[in-house]
Design a protein around this ligand. Sequence first.
Ligand code: SOE
Length: 384
Amino acid sequence: MNKLHAAVAGLGFMGGAHIEALRRIDIDVIGCLGTTPEGSQAGAQQYGLSRGYSSFDELAADPDVDVVHICTPNYLHYAMCKGAILAGKHVICEKPLAVSSAQSAQLTRLAAERGIVDAVNYNMRFYPLCQEGHDRIQAGEIGEVRIIHGHYLQDWLFFPTDWNWRLEPEQGGALRAVADIGTHWLDMVIWLSGLRITAVMADLATLIPTRYKPAGSVETFANKLGVDSEAQEVPIATEDYATIMLRFSNGARGVVTLSQVSAGHKNQFEWEVNGSVASLRWAQEEPNHLWLGHRDQPNGVLIKDPSLMHESARSTASYPGGHAEGYPDTFKQLFRKVYGYIEAEDFSAPRPFPTFADGHQEMLLCDAILQSSQQGQWVEVPAV
Ligand code: SOE
C-alpha cells in the first residue's frame, strides 16, 4: 500500500495534538483547515504543511488525502464526517461523534455502507495501564465485575469569565460536561469491562448560570491564560456537573461524577473496578501507576513496565519501565492502531480502536442521561 496521507480539519487544542501525534508515527500530514482560508494558510505555515484548504469541500476533494481528522467544534462533526465518507476518505473524528444520536446513527450506517475505516478519538483507552487493566479484567483476573465507579474532574471552566464554545448548545450540543468528558469515562468503562450500560439515573446541574463571553474566540484550555475586558454577559443552560448512577448488563452497579468547575483538578479522570476477586484503580494524573486492591493479600501498585504487562497491552507501551508515557502518547497509540488497520487492508477484521459504533453508543447514553435528568427517574439505554 502507498504511504497514507492525512489532512486535519480544526486547528485548536485537538488539531495540534493530532498533527503532532501523526508525525510521531511517520504519517504525512499534507494539509489543514482552519476557521477561515487565512486561518488555513496560517496553520499550514505554522505546522509546515503543503496545503491550507479554503473550504472543507476542497479538503475532502483532495485526491491525495486518504484519512481525514475532524477536530472542529461538535456541531460541525456530522457534516464533515459525512462529506469525508462520501468522498471515500477514512475518518478519525474527535469525540463526541455528533450532537445527536440521529446524526451518529446515520454516520455509523454510512461508514459501514461505504466500507471506510471510521474511528472516534476516545484516546484515554490508550494509556498503557488502561490497556493493562482491560487485559486483566478480560482475562478474569479480578473475577466477576460487581461495581464500576469514578469521576472526571476539571477546573478549566471554574470562573464565570472562563469561556469555551462548548458552553453554547448551538456549537457543543445540549450536553456539555456529559458529552465532553462524560463520554470519555463511559466509553472507557464499557471497553474495560466488556459490559453494556443498560440504564442510567442522572442528576445534572448548571452551577454557574451566568458567564462572560469574550469578544474573540478562545481555544480549549486557553481561557485560563487571561480575561477579555469586552466580555458579554451570557445565560448558561449546559451542565457544569453531573452524577450518574449506572446499571450494567451483568447486574453490576456503578456511579460517576463529572465536573468542569472543581478547583484543583486539572484533568482528573479516575476509574475503579471492584471484582469478586480483586479491584483495579487508575487515575489519569498519575497514568503510569495501576492500583491493585486485595482482601486476602497486601494491595499493590503496578508501575508501567512493558515487561510486566500482558502481551496485548504491551503493544501500546513504547518505552521501558520507569519511562513515563502520558496524554500525547495516547493519540500516537490510537492512530498507530487505526493506520495499521488501514494498511493491513482487511476491513472485516475486528477493529482494535473506538469506532463510530462506539461513538453512537455514547450518543444513545447522552440521550438517556438527559432524559433521566429531566424526568428524575431511571431510563433504559438502547443497544447499538
Ligand atoms: C476539555 O474537557 C478536553 O479538552 C476534552 O475535550 C478532551 O477530550 C480531553 O482529552 C481533555 O479535556
